[in-house]
Design a protein around this ligand. Sequence first.
Ligand code: ZN
Length: 147
Amino acid sequence: MDDLRELYQEVILDHNQNPQNFGRLEAATHSGDGYNPLCGDRLSLTLDVRGDSVNDIRFSGSGCAISKASASIMTTVVKGKTVVETESLFDAFHKLVTTGDAGDGELGKLAVMAGVHKYPVRVKCATLAWHTLKNCLSGKNEVAKTE
Ligand code: ZN
């Protein structure tokens, strides 16, 4: 499990132990579930979208530390962003966890997930929350799968 120890930076461990925005929104405008069969990570998102901005977001579910920390960090980053901005962040984040390229700084605290690119099997854990978010925002009423 040495690879995981290297991956589990302090920030990731902290988000895993004290997840931000954990729970469900009572008055959600969008919701959706995600499942990563490779690892068994399950995730539910509820969102309050006003106009074209993410006013509030919560996540719940159970999964490995990477999936949970990634979801927690994602909720803190996308809150207040427009839908278009979240799509752009998803593209940048996907590039980060598949290549390690943190781009021009747009990613901010998401950059702590850069180490994931060295462990391809963990990429699906890290992107599960983002795939689920994308599905929610596009109104697709189906379980987001990482496969
Ligand atoms: Zn996982």
